[in-house]
Design a protein around this ligand. Structure first.
Ligand code: GDP
Ligand code: IMO
Ligand code: MG
Length: 424
């Protein structure tokens, strides 16, 4: 068997959580492979709405294994809150949640360093989620980090203390006041919760599951345009977010990757700083934000909104080797008389399809105008003709089929257009 991958093609928040939940019945294992609690993946069904940060989005389906892979960074304090929240919903994660021993830990001081670094940057700030992601990955690549498996070792507290001492020295270089004690208390309580979970060497287990014919869906976090290498650096996250990260984040050789589901909104959003060529800083942008409820699932920040950007989408499809596309939220555009799509850019008087290396180079998006549509409430109704035209236009422009169209946040508001993906 090969593992399939589902990941975001824009700046995150495409709706990954919803679709992973929809596709979970087809799989035995759902595995996160990168990122951490900067992610906020929303699921809605039976009138409940739930946001997951670290736990894979297959957790609501009994009997499915959910794996937090080695490429993920875990904040035990956030994980504990997630576990407690799920318990209130009647889900005991201890049955189905597995944690890679090699996943790195986010310390409370990583969060403080993230906040101090952002504060010191002023207007140049990344707009990070302040979850400690950057500093935790820095310690991982700097070979100072603590891993989930380390909490089983007798000298764990000593090693934690040593790393915190180092972080305190770093914090001294910022003018940043902090109170570590309450954060540390919460974190240590999270460590106790973590100790009650099933630790695995996930690279062995996942490869073995595939050998035994079990199916795996890898769940991406963030999106291709936030990738540390290919996103608009430095306004990116601190991990690779593309398909390649499935290999390093789960220990899967590249030939073991099967389908790559690339998910995108029918328009664009971005939260945090950085370039956004098709951004709408006007009432149309406000209308999208309101209709799409575009406020961060993790931070509550308003998301910047704009039209769909085809050069950026093509870039993401190329980097990820996308085989099937999934389009989300065309319902948000319902009632728009016309809908714009950026087909290419103009830069220095020349047409280009490429995102320039230099973020300072101005690029002007060039738009094609398509007729809008009105979506009915009834989820069983066929999609309106003008939306079908939009879909056909995008399939042609992107060269990949749009296999799923989502028309609302609920599980049921999902139009599957591909025989191969019909519910099992
Ligand atoms: P993720 O990070 O990719 O999982 O996406 P988020 O959960 O951060 O953001 C997606 C938001 O859109 C959530 O509030 C979802 O409930 C909502 N959503 C998902 N699909 C649809 C859709 O098709 N239409 C509408 N209107 N909302 C959707
Ligand atoms: P999901 O998985 C949207 C953005 C932040 C910031 C930049 C760096 O829900 O799609 P970080 O905290 O990672 O150092 O922040 O990346 N960002 C996201 N934006 N969705 C996410 O995750 C994001 N995770 C990080 O807003 O611009
Ligand atoms: Mg999100």
């Amino acid at each position: 068997m090969k593992a399939d991958v589902l990941l975001g093609l824009q700046w995150g928040d495409e709706g990954k959580g919803k679709i992973v939940d929809v596709l979970t019945p087809r799989y035995d294992v759902i595995a996160r492979f990168q990122g951490g609690p900067n992610a906020g993946h929303t699921l809605e069904f039976d009138g409940i709405k739930h946001v997951l940060h670290t736990i894979p989005s297959g957790i609501f389906h009994p009997g499915k294994a959910n794996v937090i892979g080695n490429g993920v960074v875990i904040d035990p304090a956030v994980l504990k809150k997630e576990i407690d929240g799920l318990k209130e919903r009647g889900i005991d994660v201890r049955d189905n949640l597995y944690v890679s021993r090699k996943a790195h830990l986010i310390l409370p001081t990583h969060r403080l360093l993230d906040a101090a670094s952002e504060a010191s940057k002023g207007k140049e700030k990344i707009g990070s989620t302040l979850k400690g992601i950057g500093p935790a990955y820095m310690d991982k690549t700097g070979r100072n980090g603590l891993r989930a498996g380390d909490i089983e070792s007798p000298d764990f507290r000593q090693r934690y203390g040593n790393l915190v001492a180092k972080h305190r020295e770093m914090l001294n270089q910022f003018e940043y006041a902090y109170d570590l004690a309450p954060l540390e208390k919460e974190w240590l309580s999270g460590i106790e919760t973590l100790k009650g979970l099933k630790f695995i060497d996930s690279e062995y287990e996942i490869n073995q599951m595939l050998d035994e014919g079990r199916s795996v869906l890898a769940e991406g976090a963030q999106g291709a345009l936030l990738d540390i290498d290919f996103g608009s650096y430095p306004y990116v996250t601190s991990s690779n977010t593309i398909t390649a990260a499935t290999s390093s984040g789960l220990g899967l050789a590249p030939h073991r990757i099967g389908e790559v589901y690339g998910i995108f909104k029918a328009y664009c959003t971005r939260v945090g700083s950085g370039p956004f060529p098709t951004e709408l800083s006007d009432e149309t942008g406000d209308r999208l934000r309101k209709a799409g409820n575009e406020f961060g699932s993790t931070t509550g920040r308003p998301r910047r909104c704009g039209w769909l950007d085809l050069p950026a989408l093509r870039y993401a499809i190329m980097l990820n080797g996308v085989t099937r596309l999934i389009m989300m939220k065309p319902d948000v555009l319902s009632g728009f008389e016309s809908v714009l799509v950026c087909t290419h850019y103009m830069s220095g008087g020349r047409r280009t399809d490429r995102i320039p290396f230099d973020l300072g180079v101005p690029i002007d998006p060039v738009y094609e105008t398509l007729p809008g549509w009105n979506l009915e409430e009834d989820v069983t109704a066929p999609l309106p003709e003008m939306l079908e035209r939009y879909i056909a236009f995008l399939e042609k422009a992107l060269g990949k089929p749009i296999s799923i169209v989502s028309t609302g946040p609920d599980r049921r508001q999902t139009h599957i257009r591909d025989e191969a993906l019909m519910p099992v």
